[in-house]
Design a binder for this molecule. Structure first.
Ligand SMILES: C[S@@+](CC[C@H](N)C(=O)[O-])C[C@H]1O[C@@H](n2cnc3c(N)ncnc32)[C@H](O)[C@@H]1O
Length: 160
């Protein structure tokens, strides 16, 4: 029989979801990060250009892990990448899908927990922005998604 109490409750949440705890899951489900707009997309594009000199991703394959409501997925797609985006929160994926469709972008979205996500595909960039610190084990998450990087590709994760 399992002991009850706050600590055991947290451990159980960690086992059962990819989130750090149930509060994190609840916050995401109830307050989807939809606060970005065209200005945010411009800002993301500028960050990519200024920091990494990435202005075109013609046909590069990008996996956006924990895509949220799709801000980065949309930017990568707009500069030419072939984007596969995953997120554990269905409402985020649904908003992201609508935002991509509204812009005529062909982005593949999947509702998935990054810890159990599997694919034979490999990507030139595995992007994961603002996600791992909300999970039950950031390093294990990083290890898991790093295996999807193609030879010569890059992981782009922040913060860890
Ligand atoms: C702060 S938001 C960041 C969203 C997006 N990457 C961005 O930069 O706008 C964190 C996202 O990570 C997702 N997430 C958290 N844990 C996850 C997991 N284990 N697997 C997949 N997505 C997860 C949440 O649902 C949420 O959409």
């Amino acid at each position: 029989m399992r002991a009850e109490g706050p600590t055991m409750g947290l451990a159980r949440d960690r086992e059962e979801t990819g989130f750090q705890n149930d509060d994190t899951r609840q916050v995401y489900e109830e307050f989807p990060f939809t606060l970005w707009n065209e200005g945010s997309l411009d800002y993301c594009r500028k960050l990519l250009a200024d920091h990494w000199r990435w202005t075109t991703f013609k046909s590069l394959r990008v996996l956006d892990v924990g895509c949220g409501t799709g801000c980065w997925s949309i930017v990568f797609s707009q500069i030419g990448a072939v984007v596969h985006a995953i997120d554990l929160t269905p409402v985020h994926v649904s908003v992201a899908r609508k935002e991509a469709a509204r812009r005529g972008l062909d982005i593949r979205f999947t509702v998935a927990d990054l810890f159990s996500f599997e694919t034979d595909e490999r990507y030139d960039l595995v992007w994961c922005n603002g996600v791992l610190h909300h999970t039950r084990d950031a390093l294990a998450g990083l290890r898991h998604i790093a295996k999807f990087v193609a030879p010569g590709g890059l992981p782009g994760c922040q913060p860890l």
